[in-house]
Write a protein that binds this ligand. Sequence first.
Ligand code: ATP
Length: 330
Amino acid sequence: MSLHPAVAAVRLGVRRHLADVEPGSTVVVACSGGADSLALLAATVFEGEKAGWQVVGATVDHGLQPGSAEHAAHVVAQMATLGAGETLSARVQVDGGGLGPEAAARRARYAVLEQVAEHVGAAVILLGHTRDDQAETVLLGLTRGSGGRSIAGMRRAFDRYRRPLLDVSRDDTVTACQVQGIEFWEDPHNHDRGFTRVRVRRTVLPLLEQELGPGVATTLARTADQLRDDMDFLDDLAEADWVELRGADGSLPVDPLVGRPGPVRRRVLRLAALAAGAPSAELFHDHVLAMDSLLTDWHGQKWIDLPGHLRCARRAGRLLLLRHPEAESR
Ligand SMILES: Nc1ncnc2c1ncn2[C@@H]1O[C@H](COP(=O)(O)OP(=O)(O)OP(=O)(O)O)[C@@H](O)[C@H]1O
């Protein structure tokens, strides 16, 4: 019997994005019990047998809904049935810490996945994000208007995480599960139109596909790939400049910075503010533009305020990043 194209697509994603993973390595697959991550686990087990990997399935119980422990136990059983060599379930305490519930759950999940990877000595942790997740991320980023990085989408790899299914559609993961007889879970949140992402998934993207032609999700995901490459290049340039120019006190010389192209210069300023202690979640593009105005539109302004009780001031040919009390005395 010939291999179903959807199953082939998922396996190809795993083969391609884990080509450098050595025989004998341990690979953790993070499984929510949804179609994406179960299709990913099945493909990783299949490819892992050929490549000589130990495959560990891990599921995280956020404890946010009634019955979540039973759900986690069910996912563990499924992961074992699909052939994971080892299965793990971890319950986490989701503590907001100023974050929204989704972001808090995500942070707790990543922390526990890290512990799991340490525990089993894993080379990589796999996440089941698909091309459709990527397209939604790009659209959401566009509407948020927070700059190139937010429309550059998710990375295929970061730290020890990999996303092997970013070229695979959600439909293919669902079909791959169906043809392999894998029962998957439908997260009730996926139907809750209170979430912007759900409205993008269920209304905006289908409308775009209907009005502009099929393939919009693919095009958005491809655009994100190209943009991410450019962003990474500019980030690398800026990082090298920052390392070269910064003084021991974190200050920056005005003249060489003014000569740098704007996209690099503003990245250097952002790096300097972060290094001085500005919280990244609160440091917005407007703050960086205000810092930039001390370089490109300076008419004697004393300082500009930054988050994290910081001030940026221009004195004696340098940009200084100061804590508030110091700002007064220097
Ligand atoms: N409860 C869970 N346990 C283990 N892995 C999970 C769990 N929930 C999600 N994942 C992993 O994360 C992937 C993405 O899931 P989902 O899109 O629901 O999360 P998200 O909050 O958007 O994640 P991210 O912050 O990584 O974008 C899943 O395919 C799976 O690999």
